[in-house]
Design a protein around this ligand. Structure first.
Ligand code: GDP
Ligand code: IMO
Ligand code: MG
Length: 426
């Protein structure tokens, strides 16, 4: 048994990481979110109830687990407080089981405005989620205008910082053509100091906490948001998110060295989806794509947008598995393909008349790639009640075997429905 495990998406997000984190949380003491913010939407169906988590780690659903929002996450305080209140209203006691890093960065309303201000903004070009995540990370890297959670706890200091930052932000927004959205430093300082007071009991030095936990032999599960193909360095840039959403983000985003992590579960759908803009070689813009969207209820948890659907892309997943260091695969939503006569897998690309088996460097090239498809027979059987590998139809087993062979990793888990119990383990 390894002390630390990471759950990471190997596609463009929404691979059903939430379901896997919830399952594995049972065997862990601590669950850590290390990247992104409320752009994530993780759904868990447990005992007939649907739980939707955005900023708070999925571990919060397990009463014995401590959840940690680590330094790499960006936090919009009103959203954080709302999510805590929603959880408590549904009977989940948050209390001392949730820690928020004092080094995490804070999203302000001007970040939300920046994201959507003016022609050619990120919301328009990339199809971002509108949660202010990108502009907040921009400020973090720029250093001059960023505010960390610890700074919310000192009202005088916070006011001084905002008196410097807000006029700059107002000038920027005006230049971008969002002139009506002017902010007042004093008002924001009061509002955010009040959030700070309401968050105070959760704020901690989470790096120290996690290192002490490691020394005590406690087991830690890391929950990546988004997916490896949306990673700011390794994804389909610029159609990516602004954080390290591959397993690479774990080290910088939590302060726990990756050398401590023995198991990396790469989560994939049995097909592919993508929300927002960007190249997607195996996309199905036809009746099969629509069928997958309807059967899989492929509409975004955060924005409600229809997700683009397509065949499993083994080239992209093999690349993502390598970048994230995945040690095994969890193949999710296998049941969604059950009604199809035949299923296809993208096994290579054709780029400018040449067959390639790797992801090209640029999104311009990837957009020119045509998928080389391999067809396999469908299984035409409802899988919702299958619980053991030997009860899977032969065609479904052969499909999983082929995915495993193409990606080069063993399939240790397959999911045949949203519920915790609809899971097959090897
Ligand atoms: P995440 O962001 O990676 O956690 O994934 P999302 O929660 O955004 O999207 C996955 C969706 O698929 C959720 O609505 C889950 O309840 C649902 N889901 C998870 N596993 C399965 C499965 O095996 N079959 C089906 N049909 N739905 C599933
Ligand atoms: P989970 O954790 C799917 C996508 C957005 C957009 C791009 C950048 O639920 O898998 P951002 O708001 O992050 O600047 O948007 O990334 N995106 C996601 N797609 N699942 C997510 O999270 C996503 N988070 C961001 O649609 O294309
Ligand atoms: Mg999601």
């Amino acid at each position: 048994m390894t002390q630390c495990t990471c759950v990471v998406g190997l596609q463009w997000g929404d691979e059903a990481k939430g379901k896997i984190v919830d399952l594995l949380a049972e065997e862990h003491d601590i669950v850590v979110r290390f990247n992104g913010g409320a752009n994530a939407g993780h759904t868990v169906v447990a005992d007939g109830r649907v739980h939707k988590l955005s900023l708070i780690p999925t571990g919060i659903l397990r009463s014995e687990v401590t959840s940690v929002i680590a330094n790499g996450v960006v936090i919009y305080p009103p959203r954080f407080l709302e999510e805590v209140a929603q959880l408590e209203a549904s009977g989940i006691i948050v209390g001392q089981r949730l820690l928020v890093s004092d080094r995490a960065h804070v999203i302000f309303p001007y970040h939300l405005e920046e994201e959507k201000a003016g022609a050619g903004c990120a919301a328009e070009v990339i199809g971002t989620t509108g949660r202010g995540v990108g502009p907040c990370y921009q400020d973090k890297v720029g250093r001059i205008s960023a505010i960390r959670v610890a700074e919310l706890l000192d009202a005088d200091h916070l006011r001084r910082r905002l008196e410097e930052i807000v006029p700059r932000k107002n000038r920027l927004l005006q230049a971008l053509g969002a002139g009506t959205s002017m902010f007042c430093a004093e008002e924001l300082a009061c509002e955010y100091a009040a959030y700070g007071e309401r968050m105070r009991s959760y704020v901690a030095d989470t790096v120290r906490y996690l290192h002490q936990a490691l020394q005590q032999g406690r087991r830690i599960l890391f929950e990546a948001a988004q997916g490896t193909l949306l990673d700011v360095d390794h994804g389909t840039y610029p159609f990516v998110t602004s954080s390290h959403s591959s397993a690479a983000g774990l080290w910088s985003g939590s302060g726990v060295p990756a050398t401590r992590v023995g198991r990396i579960v790469g989560v994939v759908k049995a097909y592919s989806t993508r929300v927002g803009a960007g190249p997607f070689p195996t996309e199905l813009d036809d009746a099969i794509g629509e069928k997958i969207r309807q059967t899989g209820r492929e509409y975004g948890t955060v924005t409600g947008r229809p997700r683009r659907c397509g065949w499993f892309d083994a080239v992209a997943v093999r690349y993502a598995a390598a970048v994230s260091g995945a040690t095994e695969l969890a193949v999710m939503l296998l049941d969604v393909l059950s009604e199809l006569e035949q299923v296809a897998i993208g096994v290579a690309y054709e780029l400018d008349g040449e067959r390639i088996d790797y992801m090209p460097a640029t999104s311009v090239q990837l957009a020119r790639c045509r998928p080389v498809l391999e067809w396999l027979p469908g299984w035409k059987r409802d899988l919702g009640s299958v619980r053991r590998p030997e009860d899977l139809p032969g065609a479904a087993r052969r499909y999983l075997d082929r995915l495993s062979q193409l990606v080069g990793l063993p399939v240790r888990l397959a999911s045949v429905g949203p519920d915790r119990r609809q899971t097959i383990r090897w």
